[in-house]
Design a protein around this ligand. Structure first.
Ligand code: ADP
Ligand code: ASP
Ligand code: MG
Length: 405
């Protein structure tokens, strides 16, 4: 007998028919004698729809009320699934985040899990119940409902798996597993059988939406056996591991991309010493997440600092920069929209020089201009025009031998 966490994403439970299908799948695992906790997302695009409703009323709705609103999505699914499992003759019970013991900090819409007291879940499991938990939501120490940020049900699933010491955490979704790139946009993408936590963490942070980065981080830190599988077939999916052999000597394991990147540039009249510290301390104090930073000090030219951010942060960033212009000492600020980030990821890069050179060479052959570059031991990212994003992703996928042959 194993303890299993099964997480189902929005598309897998978008309709009552799909909920019935998922229930049959859960029923089979239960019949095999396992203890089962199910974590559910909201049905289909419910969360987007709820955000849209709120925005019909206000451009800047209260974050507390947004959490109240968004947390309802998952509650609909969990109850419907419990009703269907009961219908199939199982004892199933649904729990909200707080009933499941999931406590978070008080950062509405992007809360972090502080602790998970699994007492209630474990008691229900020992009563032979199938426990269904609403993903994406928790409660703060002072009783406020919070949500964990978009894609947060993955994090709920992994956190529950850790707290009940599950044998496996299966994330069921609308693709067969983790692919070398998003199969919706890179038709030659291949499903991977295994992938390292660190590689998936980079891919997720760099835009591969198949798993939320926080869930991967949590799984890595707690060594949770995490699998990504299809809701629609019995395939084994992709297993995340600490270390994976270099398959066919492929140095690059995946290509990720993200649209809606903006580059901001600030110019200074005179050379500066503390400007970098000042700018980024000010931005951090305002919770603005900066990505790639490039400082340029060249004799005979005015010094500049450029950095990239997500487009959703642009208005706030400009407000912060403008209102601190004098203290920060810059004379000119400009921004460029319509950019995207494309990245190659693979743990084999650590010991294989020349990967970045090969990437730049291919982009040049494709006439795709590179605006910014950032590297780590296991990835290289470039900022390029958004119009070239999908073409670049496909070209790099081909360049590094990832394409299906
Ligand atoms: P769910 O509703 O199950 O949480 P998501 O839409 O969040 O599903 O994640 C699954 C989607 O992630 C896939 O449909 C696919 O388009 C996208 N995706 C992006 N990158 C990858 C990748 N490298 N491998 C697999 N899927 C990816
Ligand atoms: N329903 C939430 C979202 O769409 C959480 C999730 O599905 O993981 O972001
Ligand atoms: Mg998801």
């Amino acid at each position: 007998m194993s303890k299993i966490v099964m997480k189902f994403g929005g598309t897998s439970i978008a309709t009552t028919d799909k909920i019935k299908h998922v229930a049959t799948r859960i029923s089979k695992e239960k019949a095999a004698g396992h203890e089962i906790v199910v974590v559910v997302s909201a049905m289909g695009k419910t969360t987007d729809e709820l955000v849209r409703l709120a925005n019909e009323i206000s451009e800047n709705p209260s974050k507390r009320e947004m959490d109240m609103l968004l947390s309802t999505g998952e509650q609909v699914t969990m109850a419907l699934l419990a009703i269907q499992l009961n219908q199939l003759g199982h004892e199933a019970i649904s729990l909200t985040g707080w009933q499941a013991g999931l406590q978070t900090d008080l950062v509405h819409r992007n809360a972090r899990i502080e602790k998970l007291d699994a007492k209630n879940i474990l008691n229900l499991l020992s009563d032979n119940k199938i426990v269904i938990v609403a993903g994406f939501q928790g409660v703060s120490a002072d009783g406020q409902i919070t949500t964990l940020g978009r894609g947060g049900s993955d994090t709920t699933a992994v956190a529950i798996a850790a707290s009940i010491e599950a044998d496996v955490c299966d994330v069921y979704t609308d693709v067969d597993g983790i692919y070398t790139s998003d199969p919706r946009f890179v038709p030659t993408a291949r499903k991977l059988d295994e992938l390292e936590y660190d590689e998936m963490l980079e891919l997720a942070n760099l835009g591969a939406g198949v798993l939320s980065p926080r869930a991967v981080e949590f799984a890595k830190n707690h060594k949770i056996p995490l699998r990504v599988r299809s809701s629609y077939n019995e395939g084994i999916g992709t297993v995340l591991k600490g270390e994976v052999d270099l398959e066919n000597n492929l140095v690059v394991r995946g290509v990720a991309f993200e649209a809606d990147i903006v580059r901001l540039t600030m110019e200074y009249e005179v050379p500066f010493n503390d400007s970098l510290a000042k700018i980024f301390t000010t931005l951090a104090a305002n919770h603005i997440n900066v990505d790639i930073i490039v400082q340029s000090i060249v004799d005979g030219k005015k010094p500049t600092v450029s950095f990239s951010i997500k487009k959703e942060w642009l208005a706030e960033t400009i407000t912060v920069l403008e209102s601190n212009k004098e203290a920060l000492g810059f004379t000119f600020a400009d921004f460029e929209v319509g950019l995207a980030k494309v990245s190659i990821v693979g743990s084999g890069m650590v010991s294989n020089p020349g990967v970045a050179a090969q990437m730049f060479d291919r982009l040049q052959k494709e006439s795709i201009p590179v605006k910014m570059v950032s590297t780590s031991e296991i990835k290289v990212s470039v900022v390029i025009p958004q119009d070239d994003m999908i073409r670049a992703a496909n070209a790099l996928h081909d360049e590094f031998g990832l394409a299906l042959v």
